[in-house]
Design a protein around this ligand. Structure first.
Ligand SMILES: NC(=O)c1ccc[n+]([C@@H]2O[C@H](COP(=O)([O-])OP(=O)(O)OC[C@H]3O[C@@H](n4cnc5c(N)ncnc54)[C@H](O)[C@@H]3O)[C@@H](O)[C@H]2O)c1
Length: 439
């Protein structure tokens, strides 16, 4: 009987007749929903934020990587719809959960969004459904948390329904690697689940990589992001050392990366931000503690990266002091606020740390970021400016925190007295001037 169910489901997937549901239409869920819709699947997005649902219905995208055109195309073809009604879960053949996994107040994993979403799935589950968790989480979540909730109504995994973990690797703002051409890891609770998930993702992604278990798939994602946090911390530390040595870290990296093997460039900056890199490794260190294991690399990397905003402010203070200025008597322009270039995302942005310190030091702050026309931080309204000659002349220093594209950096170099560039955007564009200082 189970075998027949599986065969029927596989045929539906191959014929693109399977109905796909995405729970959580954010940076991960919305692009995934449209990737399935583009291949002709009928996709239902279930989103608790009513404003987001309203925007989608109007064809207005709130995710930088998704154009209104792409969204409207799917709506017009009726391959995609958004709703807040979780009862529609019953209609789905595959339910893919893409809800947030932030940190709690003691920096511990907060998997409450996963619990809420999976409880909604349990309340509406029927035989023959595929359930995939894509939210990044600690190893063991799918087996220890999702499986018992979903089986509590009497259905059996691998027979009545299929449970899989598949980490999301989307890199917002990356134009070369999108959902379709980024290899996808999958790990099912049962072998049959892995097999079905492979078939499902094979429909939209060029390479699907099965691993031995859901926990292994969870661990793959955390290895990837731990690798990044550690390497960014390493290069941040070397950048601080280069400053002491009077060396240019950017020159050192450019030369080191000519080595064709055994080296991969990472770049320093004011810290790390976003929903993933500063957060995910802490899920791993939390779980490690349950096994009496201390993840020293993660703890050290987090602490180095978290110290970067303070280091940046200290450098800025020194630069101003060389010009007989103090922070509290300086007009500072902050360029770029988002956590990385070309995205409208402030989550965990190191700019917040830098701004908080500068506010405490009573510096007079203005900012420019095309993605944030208004900004209030720590209860203080930030002053946005236009990049015109008269405005720029009034600043004692401009601090580049994020290197958005589409800004006339040459114009800035010719009209600002002093620039402290934590991203080396001026160097990369070949703009040289004595008023530019690099991290
Ligand atoms: N943003 C990234 O670059 C990225 C990359 C890889 C992995 N991830 C992981 O993917 C997951 C989702 O991240 P995101 O950036 O898309 O988050 P997001 O906040 O942009 O989107 C999540 C959406 O889920 C909705 N939601 C929350 N609970 C819900 C529920 N019970 N039912 C329906 N909708 C619900 C929220 O309203 C929100 O719109 C996280 O675990 C994250 O770590 C994110």
């Amino acid at each position: 009987m189970a075998h027949d169910n599986t065969r029927y489901l596989k045929t539906k997937i191959k014929n693109r007749k399977a109905v796909i549901g995405i729970i959580g239409l954010g940076y991960v869920g919305l692009p995934l929903a449209l990737a399935f819709a583009k291949k002709g699947f009928n996709v239902i997005g279930i989103e608790i934020d009513k404003d987001r649902v309203k925007n989608i219905k109007k064809g207005v995208s709130y995710i930088t990587d998704i154009s209104n055109g792409a969204l409207r195309d799917a709506l017009r073809k009726r391959t995609f719809q958004a709703t807040s009604d979780s009862k529609l879960i019953r209609k789905l053949d595959a339910v893919i959960i893409c809800v947030p996994t932030p940190l709690g107040k003691d920096r511990e994993p907060d998997i409450s969004y996963i619990r809420q979403a999976v409880t909604k799935v349990k309340d509406n589950i029927r035989k023959g459904q595929i359930v995939v968790l894509e939210s990044t989480t600690y190893p063991g979540t799918t087996r220890e948390i999702l499986l018992p909730i979903l089986e509590s109504g009497g259905l059996k995994e691998g027979k009545d329904f299929y449970l899989i973990f598949s980490p999301e690797r989307v890199d917002p703002g990356n134009e070369s690697y999108r959902t379709e051409n980024t290899p996808k890891i999958i790990g099912g609770i049962s072998r049959r689940s892995t097999e079905i998930a492979k078939l499902l993702y094979d429909q939209i992604i060029s390479e699907v990589v099965p691993v031995s278990s859901a926990s292994a798939a969870e661990m793959v994602k955390l290895l990837e992001n731990t690798f990044r946090i550690v390497n960014i911390a390493l290069v941040n530390e070397i950048a601080l050392l280069c400053e002491k040595f009077g060396m240019d870290i950017w020159e050192i990296i450019d030369a080191a990366k000519t080595k064709p093997y055994g080296y991969m460039p990472f770049y320093p900056g004011p810290g790390v931000g976003g929903h993933c890199i500063p957060v995910d490794p802490l899920y791993l260190s939390w779980k490690a503690k349950e096994h009496g294991f201390e993840t020293k690399f993660i703890d050290l990397a987090s602490s180095i990266n978290e110290s970067m905003p303070q280091n940046v402010v200290e450098r800025l203070e020194k630069l101003l002091a060389d010009r007989k200025k103090t922070l509290d008597r300086s007009n500072i322009l902050l360029l770029g606020i988002s956590y990385k270039k070309d995205v409208k995302d402030l989550r965990e942005s190191p700019s917040i740390g830098v701004i908080t310190i500068l506010q405490k030091r009573r510096a007079k702050l203005s900012y420019y970021d095309p993605y944030f026309p208004f900004l209030k931080l720590n209860g203080i309204d930030m002053k946005p400016i236009k990049l015109d000659k008269r405005e720029l002349e009034g600043f004692d220093c401009a601090l580049v925190l994020t290197d958005h594209s589409g800004i006339d950096y040459r114009f800035l170099a010719s009209n600002l007295k002093l620039i402290f560039d934590t991203r080396n955007i001026f160097g990369r564009l070949g703009i040289k001037s004595r008023n530019i200082v690099k991290l």
